[in-house]
Design a protein around this ligand. Structure first.
Ligand SMILES: Cc1cc2nc3c(=O)[nH]c(=O)nc-3n(C[C@H](O)[C@H](O)[C@H](O)COP(=O)(O)OP(=O)(O)OC[C@H]3O[C@@H](n4cnc5c(N)ncnc54)[C@H](O)[C@@H]3O)c2cc1C
Length: 409
């Protein structure tokens, strides 16, 4: 089969890897508008569920991802005028650059052709292929060129956000809320290698304009944010990738939905089909799980229309709960002001329960784990669970917890 993937993000590259593994006879080309090694964004987070899937589908790339990943062991919540509180839970993070490097190397090893610096201007000008996978991201030109057929909609969220990096290496996943004269502004930050952390800043539009970000260029904007978050950055700067390109990285999140994902031999995948608010850090996971489902469908031997429909049904059903969680989560962040006056423990509990799904006993656990001994015991328990889960994965039976992961919070 001749397959063209338009877009060399996590979805396109991982699908190319899996389709080639399923049938080395496929001729697969990935078109990517950026040069090799160039991408946007900083580190992304993920959890054991993605690792389990990755090891099941391709242990080789999974092992490389795991080895490069950073591990964090709890959440820390900081807010102006409140003592620091903690939330249980561990996860992993990895630079987007590193993830794409691992996936593109693996794809090339398997015989996938990656055409870098290849910007598809006109979707109708694609060379003939049996299957065209539109994995060209949230702004997908292919989806937009047939928006009516796909039933595509884009909702623009109210809050402003900016995805920054910083050389300050946070100890663990940290939410920090700062009260300013124009209202609350906050960040979601986590380390993703030994030298860098992701630092996503968010606020309401009125706080954003009240602080003057609507009139500042990238350099002035990051300098102002550095001032606002001075107590959290240990003297380190914030980096806006847009600074050298003109403009700033401030955006409004765009929630993409599509009623149909296929059109003839063209199929949408990853952010081109659906986006998921960054407040639950799952877009990359969903994009890669799309790739797994599409690779399974293509390998099933069914006629293409049947295979594509099966892929779409499977993915829409699987992601519905996460999409609901993402909406609840982004809505919580749009109303931070309603919670900000709560005492510290109740505030961080409200943050952790922003999907509104916790049973009553979770509050008692939350209160007790603000003390060192129960908190440490819970961390050990979660660590044991992580270790046991890792041991069950193919190819990792000899790896002890933390052994292959460079940064341990
Ligand atoms: C602030 C922020 C934080 C996030 N944090 C997380 C996180 O912690 N965890 C997580 O799982 N997810 C996170 N995400 C979501 C994640 O980044 C996306 O869901 C994921 O990148 C989707 O992968 P994709 O391959 O579908 O699309 P993309 O990663 O967008 O890749 C699409 C590719 O297509 C290329 N392309 C586009 N148009 C063309 C064209 N015309 N011709 C050729 N190439 C083209 C682009 O250059 C790009 O490389 C975050 C998103 C944001 C905005």
């Amino acid at each position: 089969m001749r397959i063209t993937c338009v877009g060399g993000g996590p979805a396109g590259l991982y699908f190319a890897v899996l389709a080639k593994l399923a049938d080395p006879g496929h001729e697969i080309t990935v078109l990517e508008r950026n040069p090799a090694g160039v991408t946007w964004g900083w580190g992304v987070v993920f959890w054991d569920d993605l690792l389990d899937d990755l090891f099941r589908y391709d242990p080789v790339s999974a092992e490389r991802i795991w080895e490069a990943a950073c591990q964090w062991d709890e959440y820390e919540v900081r807010a102006t005028g409140k003592p620091v509180t903690h939330l249980p839970g561990y996860g992993f993070s990895l630079g987007r650059h590193k993830l794409l490097e691992i996936l593109s190397t693996r794809a090339t090893e398997l015989g996938v052709r990656i055409s870098w610096s290849d910007d598809l201007g006109d979707p109708s000008a694609l060379p003939p292929a049996d299957l065209v996978v539109a994995c060209d991201g949230a702004g997908s030109r292919i989806r937009q060129s047939n928006a009516e057929h796909f039933g595509a909609e884009v909702d623009v969220a109210d809050n402003k956000y900016i995805w920054l990096g910083t050389p300050h290496v946070f100890d663990t996943f940290t939410f920090g809320f700062v009260r300013t004269e124009a209202g609350w502004i906050w960040y979601h930050a986590y380390p993703f290698n030994d030298t860098t952390s992701t630092f996503i800043v968010e606020c309401t539009p009125s706080t954003w304009s009240g602080l003057g970000f609507d009139t500042m260029d990238a350099a002035a904007g990051t300098a102002r944010l550095r001032e606002i978050f001075a107590g959290h950055l240990n003297g380190q700067p914030l980096i806006d990738q847009r600074a050298d390109l003109g403009g700033t990285g401030w955006l409004n999140f765009r929630r993409v939905t599509a009623q149909r994902w296929d059109h003839g031999n063209v199929v949408l995948m990853g952010d081109a089909a659906h986006t998921t608010h960054f407040a639950i850090g799952s877009g990359t996971k969903l994009a890669m799980q799309d790739a797994m489902a599409l690779a399974d469908a293509v390998a099933s031997g069914d006629e293409l229309p049947v295979a594509l429909e099966r892929y779409e049904h499977r993915r829409k059903a699987a992601m519905a709960p996460l999409q609901r969680a993402a909406r609840a989560s982004s809505s919580w962040f749009e109303h931070v002001g309603d919670y900000a006056d709560l005492p510290a423990r109740r505030f961080s509990y409200a943050l952790s329960n922003r999907r509104g799904e916790f049973p009553v006993w979770r509050y008692a656990l939350h209160i007790s784990t603000q003390n060192t001994v129960p908190r440490t015991l819970l961390r050990w328990t979660l660590s044991a669970r992580r270790w046991s889960r890792a041991r069950r994965r193919p190819g990792t039976t000899t790896v002890a917890a933390g052994q292959v992961i460079p940064h341990t919070a």
